[in-house]
Ligand binder design. Structure first.
Ligand code: SF4
Length: 313
């Protein structure tokens, strides 16, 4: 998305490249080595999502057992719905901005803002409708979500407009196609087939930058296990497209006191992270293979999506 702060991304990338300048990813841990001992999936014709593996709330993997063996779906909460609509908004904004720039040409940032603001209500309403938000949340929660979506949308378009002005200002000959490429250069919602390594057929990577950095957007609290999603997506891209992916970014989006907050954490997707993700994948497959309830850990985090089911509250 055009609201990403490129200078900050560049700075993070430079730091990581310096830090890991001598580190190389082993070929056997690249996704294209999917038929090797390390990466080949333990079960045939069973595929797991990157998020369900990476979101390791549960040390005993009871979440995998509940969802995949017992057929118990996690309750849909405000946080779940918030994640859906924020992701949809960020991806739709990207397409909307591109379409408006193609339609109106190289306009000024302020004009772009005016044009996009006219679309704001329709866009938000259509996302709320598409995701059936009113079915899951009461009207006061829907209004909270709607207000936050407005704040996010307005933040996105102001950042984009500023970037549009600065890109046009810096180039000598402004050509529409290349300017749009600089303002909205990434592939939003990159579709990847992860089946060669036991992952789902339609994995959606939130953003893939031109320089092969993948970005996963999170809308909840910062958790250390989020980094595993980057390893899963990197392996999937490498197995499906044979493109090496060495760096990934987790972008945390939130609204605090009516202000958008963005916090970025960048990772080198090296051997260690890849091995840890594959261990998680294999352990999840063990649960499926045995079909037995692995039981609960001595304590459960209250933020686990299955907390109300396992802990009976
Ligand atoms: S509530 Fe506890 S046992 Fe249930 S899935 Fe979450 S962490 Fe595991």
């Amino acid at each position: 998305m055009s609201w990403l702060h490129y200078r900050e991304l560049d700075r993070l990338l430079i730091q990581l490249r310096q830090l890991y300048s001598s580190a190389e990813v082993s070929n056997e841990l690249r996704g294209w080595s999917w038929s090797g001992d390390l990466l080949s999936p333990p079960m045939e014709n069973v595929y797991l999502g990157v998020s369900e593996l990476a979101n390791r709330y549960c040390p005993t993997y009871r979440d995998i057992y509940l969802r995949r063996v017992a057929g118990v779906q996690a309750p849909i909460t405000f946080k779940t719905v918030r994640g859906w609509v924020y992701h949809a908004l960020s991806s739709r904004c990207s397409s909307l901005i591109k379409s408006k720039l193609y339609l109106h040409g190289l306009i000024r940032g302020v004009e772009l803002i005016k044009i996009l603001l006219e679309e704001e209500s329709n866009l938000i309403d259509s996302i709320i409708e598409e995701y059936n938000v009113k079915r899951y949340l009461d009207s006061s929660k829907v209004e909270v979500l709607r207000r936050n979506m407005r704040l996010l949308f307005e933040y996105f378009i102001v950042q984009t407009a500023a970037r549009l002005d600065s890109v046009i200002c810096e180039v000598k000959y402004a050509k529409l196609e290349s300017i749009i490429g600089k303002v909205v250069p990434q592939v939003a919602e990159k579709l990847v087939d992860g089946r060669l390594i036991g992952l789902s057929r339609e994995l959606r990577i939130d953003i893939m930058l031109d320089n092969r950095v993948i970005i996963d957007i999170k809308t909840g609290d910062v958790r250390d296990f989020h980094k595993y999603a980057l390893a899963g997506y990197a392996l999937a891209v490498e197995s499906d497209l044979e493109i090496p992916v060495d760096y990934g970014l987790i972008t945390y989006l939130s609204i605090v006191n009516n202000h958008v907050k963005i916090y970025n954490k960048m990772y080198f997707i090296g051997d260690e992270l890849r091995r840890e993700f594959i261990e998680i994948r294999d352990e999840a497959f063990n649960i499926l293979n045995s079909g037995e309830d692995p039981g609960k850990p001595s304590s459960c985090p209250e933020y686990c999506i299955y907390y109300s089911i396992c802990r009976g509250e």
